[in-house]
Design a protein around this ligand. Structure first.
Ligand code: ATP
Ligand code: MG
Length: 193
């Protein structure tokens, strides 16, 4: 199988994530995309991240109807900070070493790759697909020839940060997230001011 892996905080998951995964799945003929919500994210220790179970459930709700999409708990069930190399090791041991793995990342996250733990090893475990994201320059960091592919996808200037601030000030998030995620946010009171 050809398997995509998309890591993220998903606080909350939004249309930008779903379009990125769907477009990469189409262009790279992926059979599955595994969404992997992070544990306590080390790059976001400056703000409170919503509980992992809420982020996991929203990711399940948003992806449930797409037969290509599944959600994995490997990062939220592992203690300590999340590193992509650990995500890929765990996914490969669960799904099998013989598949062709593609890790999907937006331009902003790709630019951070040199701060990843064991970036060379992560790139040995999966091809990296860097996708365009409005407001960020997409470029190949250049240290892993043949292991990184850049892809232009439909531009959606949507971020989880903006959605959280919209909820806090009572602005609409309809169409930015799926109806189920919108309902879950309201039900739990996530992001309320
Ligand atoms: P936050 O604002 O909290 O950082 P976010 O919108 O950036 O949230 P993340 O969960 O941090 O979402 O991102 C997970 C992955 O999805 C990253 O690789 C990121 O680059 C990518 N991504 C997020 N939003 C988009 C978008 N609108 N277009 C393309 N890629 C995106
Ligand atoms: Mg982000």
């Amino acid at each position: 199988m050809r398997i995509g892996v998309m890591g993220g905080t998903f606080d909350p998951i939004h249309a930008g994530h779903l379009v990125a995964a769907s477009e990469v799945a189409y262009r790279f003929e992926l059979d599955r995309v595994v969404f992997v919500p992070t544990g306590q994210p080390w790059q976001k220790s400056d703000r409170l991240v919503s509980p992992a179970e809420d982020r996991y459930l929203m990711t399940v709700i948003a992806t449930a109807a797409d037969e290509r999409f599944v959600v994995s708990r490997v990062d939220i069930d592992r203690s300590g900070p999340t590193y992509t190399v650990d995500t890929l090791r765990d996914i490969r041991s669960l799904w099998g070493e013989d598949h062709d793995y593609h890790f999907i990342t937006g331009a902003d996250a790709l630019a951070d790759i040199l701060s990843w733990r064991e970036p060379e090893e992560a790139l040995r475990l999966a091809h990296l697909i860097g996708v365009t994201r409005p407001g960020h320059v997409l470029e190949d960091p250049g240290f892993a020839p043949g292991r990184i592919t850049l892809l232009e996808i439909p531009a959606l200037a949507i971020s989880s940060s903006d959605i959280r601030s919209r909820v806090a000030r009572g602005a609409p998030i309809r169409y930015l997230v799926t109806p189920g995620v919108e309902a879950y946010i309201a039900k739990v009171g996530l992001y309320d001011a």
